[in-house]
Write a protein that binds this ligand. Structure first.
Ligand code: CUA
Length: 332
């Protein structure tokens, strides 16, 4: 029954050849995390270009190696040769040996040359008076949130606002009592570690309004997965108006900084409504009504696992949080 013998062979060929192609096709069609996200900043575009260029060579090598493998399996199979008989012996092939020495050298030169050509676009931070202007923001990684500070002193948590078309220079670091985190907004450029005592510099220039999401990319503890970050790119006038208004509101103590700080620094462990989770419930807890007690815990860390989440906060951020706790959880 020849058909019964053929069927396993056919299904093997199918799974070896067709299935991976189908999977690759569907994956590429909706990205599925295999290809880089669409670049929305020149430095991210440079990184994607380098990725595409390298992929051409690795893809070609993959097809060459796997294609040869399949070809040789079929072509040089044993056939009717006796099981203990050697196959044809081959000794040296100068042309082939030259080719597989020279080709990799040329490939590495092509890859290296392209990357070095792209590097300035990726790495060089535009000067302070470059077209589009420049906003310098400090980015500090804490367990488990991001604290941003603008040149005028405005503080923001987890959401970094930026002007569309404006250059934003980032000084990425972490306080000396922290662990290492990693700043990464894929659509806006590369990944930079936030290391205590080290300042890493990066930049971006968002080309369209929108919210660009990212995730702390260094395993930093129990709530690492909750350490999300986003950049909201706003039209220039809207950004300028926000920064000015936020500055006024934060000085007057009327901003949303307290709510933002609670959502970023507290809620990931204590629940957004203080219902408790990894950390104890805060709603109906008398301690949160006592600003001095809150500050002591926040600056020094809690009795159990709680890190000193705000050991080095400026007073305005501490006051914003304690005021929010009084209003948010009081009298309910
Ligand atoms: Cu911070 Cu992971």
């Amino acid at each position: 029954m020849p058909s019964a013998v053929r069927r396993p062979f056919a299904s093997t060929v199918f799974s070896l050849l067709v299935l991976p192609l189908v999977l690759a096709g569907t994956a590429l069609a909706d990205n599925a995390g295999l290809t880089p996200v669409e670049a929305r900043s020149p430095n991210a575009q440079g990184i994607n270009d380098a990725y595409g260029w390298v992929s051409i060579f690795t893809g070609a090598i993959f097809l060459l190696v796997q294609g040869s493998l399949l070809l040789f399996i079929v072509r040089y199979r044993r056939r009717r040769r006796a099981r203990d008989e050697d196959g044809a012996q081959v000794h040296g092939n100068t042309n082939l040996e030259l080719a597989w020495t020279i080709a990799p050298v040329l490939i590495l030169v092509a890859i290296g040359g392209f990357v070095f050509w792209k590097l300035p676009q990726i790495q060089d931070v535009p000067s302070a008076n470059a077209a589009g202007g420049r906003t310098d923001v400090t980015v500090e990684g804490y367990r488990y949130y991001w604290n941003f500070e603008y040149p005028n002193g405005v503080i923001a948590v987890d959401r970094l606002r930026a002007p569309v078309g404006g250059n934003v220079r980032l000084e990425i670091s972490a306080p000396d009592f922290e662990v290492i985190h990693s700043w990464w907004i894929p659509a806006l450029g590369g990944k930079f570690d936030a290391i205590p005592g080290v300042v890493n510099e990066s930049w971006f220039r968002a080309d369209a309004p929108g919210i660009y999401r990212g995730q702390c990319a260094e395993f930093c503890g129990i709530q690492h997965a909750a350490m999300l970050a986003e950049v909201e790119a706003l039209p220039r006038e809207e950004f300028d108006a926000w920064l000015e208004e936020e500055d006024r509101a934060q000085r007057a103590g009327t901003s949303d900084l307290g709510a933002e700080t609670y959502a970023g620094a507290c809620a990931k462990c204590h629940g957004l409504a203080g219902e408790g989770d990894i950390g104890p419930a805060l709603a109906n807890n008398n301690l949160v009504q006592d600003a001095q007690a809150v500050e002591t815990v926040v600056r020094n860390g809690g009795p159990k696992l709680m890190p000193p989440v705000g050991a080095d906060w400026e007073q305005r951020q501490m006051d914003a949080l304690t005021a929010y706790l009084k209003e948010g959880f009081g009298g309910e």
